[in-house]
Ligand binder design. Structure first.
Ligand SMILES: Nc1ncnc2c1ncn2[C@@H]1O[C@H](COP(=O)(O)OP(=O)(O)OP(=O)(O)O)[C@@H](O)[C@H]1O
Length: 341
């Protein structure tokens, strides 16, 4: 196995059987997968498609019916390799009557981390996940978002090389979600490998480099997110310093017609709702008591020429004209492209 391959599965298959050994469900069917060091990999699929089964197989909590799974080049059934893995399950199994410090100390002991390192890492992680002010409160009193934060700290207590996150942003508000995504990106920046499952596809698109989509236990697609979502049949042009007008549209139409295409939409690019939400909260904090002003109103009040607002034109091959749903899809795609990575 190549040195930079952290996770590899070869025809990995899991069939659940009932008490009598009769086949109940093929949860995973001949999965071939490689996850490389330092990447954030998303394992996606609808409910019941085999994601948790895959994770359990990688952690050695389940045995495959056939095929192989390797982590760090070792068979997944070898539980010793789990010392190099951090795992945030979808439902965290944390003790409700321990506080944050005690929780991290408890998990540190399970990994046989010496007391000084345990104490130092617990203090660092509590700050990193933003629970400094609540570290003495018992987890029973924590909100869902706070439990997710301590769950993540628990997953990182052994300074793992591979971090497996099952629905890391579930239950988090937009600020918590942004925080979690930044933390996942920070793990990558520190050279860690991240495998995450999530139904929140916006979050996956924001952080994952590559994804696999499972359906009913079968691998349906695998590749780079940017390549998979790219619409190679359309072209997007963004411009600034011009105002939207019928003349502009006619001129653009002529240019694109000359090159065999046609314009689908001309308009202003929009940001995502997440970006708007974060901006409103940021400005409310910075200027308490003042209402948020949308950019064009703020621009007007500071007398910056409105013509600096960018205009986006999206073109497509000349025929056939796009149907309304396709246009909508294209507009959404435009929004996506605008998002920060
Ligand atoms: N212990 C089990 N016995 C029998 N069938 C099981 C068992 N565990 C899971 N399954 C079945 O295997 C299939 C895959 O389940 P799995 O939990 O891996 O899906 P998932 O993609 O993680 O779903 P979700 O998104 O809901 O978490 C499902 O049809 C599920 O019902």
């Amino acid at each position: 196995m190549a040195e930079d391959v952290v996770v590899e599965t070869r025809s990995l298959t899991k069939v659940y059987r009932d008490f009598w050994g009769r086949k109940k469900k093929t949860a995973l069917n001949a999965l071939d997968l490689k996850i490389h060091k330092g990447e954030i990999f998303g394992l996606l699929g609808p409910n019941g498609s085999g994601k948790t089964t895959t994770i359990k197989l990688l952690l050695g909590l389940l045995f495959p019916t056939s095929g192989d799974a390797f982590v760090f080049g070792e068979p997944a059934a070898k539980v010793e390799k789990n010392e190099r893995i951090g795992y945030l399950p979808e439902e965290s199994y944390l003790y409700r009557f321990l506080n944050a410090e005690e929780t991290l100390d408890f998990y540190g002991r399970l990994f046989n981390i010496d007391p000084d390192t345990r104490k130092r890492r617990a203090a660092e992680l509590i700050e990193r996940v933003g629970l400094g002010a609540d570290k003495k409160r018992i987890l029973k009193e924590y909100s869902k978002g706070m439990r997710q934060r301590i769950g993540l700290a628990q997953a990182l207590i052994n300074d793992p090389e591979l971090v497996i996150l099952d629905e890391p942003t579930s239950g988090l508000d937009p600020l918590g979600t942004r925080w979690m995504k930044d933390l996942i990106l920070d793990l990558k920046a520190r050279g860690k490998t991240v495998l995450m499952c999530s139904h929140r596809l916006e979050d996956v698109q924001d952080v994952c480099g590559r994804i696999a989509i499972l359906y009913n236990g079968d691998l349906q697609t695998l590749g780079k997110v940017s390549t998979l979502v790219e619409d190679a049949l359309r072209l997007e042009v963004r411009a600034s310093g011009v105002k939207e007008s019928p003349e502009l549209k006619a001129d653009l139409e002529a240019v694109f017609k000359k090159h065999g295409g046609s314009i689908e939409t001309v308009g202003h690019p929009s940001s995502t709702l997440e970006e708007l939400f974060l901006r409103v909260i940021e400005e409310s904090r910075a200027r308490p008591g003042r209402r948020y002003l949308p950019p064009e109103e703020a621009t007007r009040s500071t007398a910056v020429p409105p013509s600096s607002a960018p205009v986006a034109a999206t073109t497509a091959p000349a025929a056939p004209p796009a149907s309304p749903p396709a246009q909508q899809q294209q507009q959404n795609q435009g929004k996506k492209n605008k998002k920060k990575r």
